[in-house]
Design a protein around this ligand. Structure first.
Ligand code: RIB
Length: 305
């Protein structure tokens, strides 16, 4: 097999409603639409990398339900190698998503079969990891599995990317030495660093902390405010293209997948960040997770407004 990007992570079926606003505690809201859409941070990043020019393999776990078949098929149609996507008895991962009229979302995930992806699953998929140039992980599979993937990626000399999503607190300290690129959003950077990230200056402080902790380079995504790149020597604030947002679901995943695909194809860091930003900007103009992810052709045809 030949994959230059390998994604170790989750596959979820997204159960998506649109409502005028997000519900308050204890409230029943009448929604406008409902759809069932393939998602999961890992699978979304795999689809993004594949549509944006990389050869991709996925390492993950689906359930024995109908969703499991649909989630795997959604990757196969993108040409993603799924030999390391195993199937276990029980339910696949799901995400309950509400998107409001201002394109913001609230998401609750239930791990299901994603919780069955173990370090032993990765040992069985070692040939897939060995074939990678870039390995991407997120936090929707067990922490022990992520820790193993990072360490193994480092041992194999691969470029290792961690998108620490979702994050609720600091990462295990020993992980940092294995991470080439740490890519949190504002809330994840806050959870990891303890610095409340609500401005460019606070993002710089958080990035400095994360580099001190041992991460190679840090890219904090700042939504419509762009991204902050830090390498321990300098900072660079890269503005995001302006677009009219419809649904921000999977925008971060599109950035990570696009960045990884560009790096794997020999682009510089700056070029890879800008490429990921254009891809993410296009994704927010469309609804859903995987259906919103643009192709290489879309990105190449993007004209900034
Ligand atoms: O990042 C977006 C993804 O988060 C959704 O597709 C959902 O499955 C959750 O994992």
């Amino acid at each position: 097999m030949c994959a230059n990007v390998v994604v170790v992570g989750s596959l979820n079926m997204d159960l998506v409603t649109r409502a005028s606003r997000l519900p308050r505690a204890g409230e029943t809201l009448i929604g406008q639409t409902f759809s069932t859409v393939p998602g999961g941070k890992g699978a979304n990043q795999a689809v993004a990398s594949a549509r944006l020019g990389a050869e991709v393999a996925m390492v993950g776990c689906v359930g024995s339900d109908a969703y499991g078949v649909q989630l795997r098929d959604a990757l196969l149609v993108e040409g993603i190698d799924c030999q390391a996507v195993s199937r276990v008895d029980g339910s696949s991962g799901v995400a309950l998503i509400v998107v409001d009229d201002s394109s913001q979302n609230a998401i609750v995930i239930v791990a299901g079969s994603n919780g069955e992806l173990t370090p032993a699953s990765l040992q069985a998929a070692d040939a897939v990891l060995q074939a990678a140039d870039v390995i991407i992980c997120q936090l929707e599979v067990p922490m022990a599995t992520v820790g193993y993937a990072l360490k193994r990626g480092r041992e194999l000399g691969k470029t290792v990317i961690l998108n620490p999503a979702p994050a609720s607190g600091p990462l295990p300290a020993q992980w940092y030495a294995s991470i080439d690129y740490l890519i949190p959003n504002e809330s994840e950077a806050t959870a990891l660093s303890g610095v409340t990230v609500d401005s460019l200056e606070s993002a710089k402080l958080a990035a400095t902390q994360l580099i001190k902790a041992g991460a190679g380079k840090v890219i904090i995504t700042l939504g419509s405010q762009g991204a902050l790149f830090a390498d321990g020597q300098a900072f660079e604030h890269l503005l995001a293209p302006r677009v009219k947002a419809v649904d921000t679901t999977a925008a971060g995943d599109t950035f990570v997948g696009g960045f990884a695909a560009a790096l794997a194809n020999g682009k510089s860091e700056a070029e890879a960040i800008r490429f990921g930003q254009v891809a993410a900007a296009l994704s927010v103009t469309r609804a859903g997770a995987q259906p919103s992810i643009p192709t290489l052709h879309d990105v190449q045809g993007f004209v900034p407004s």
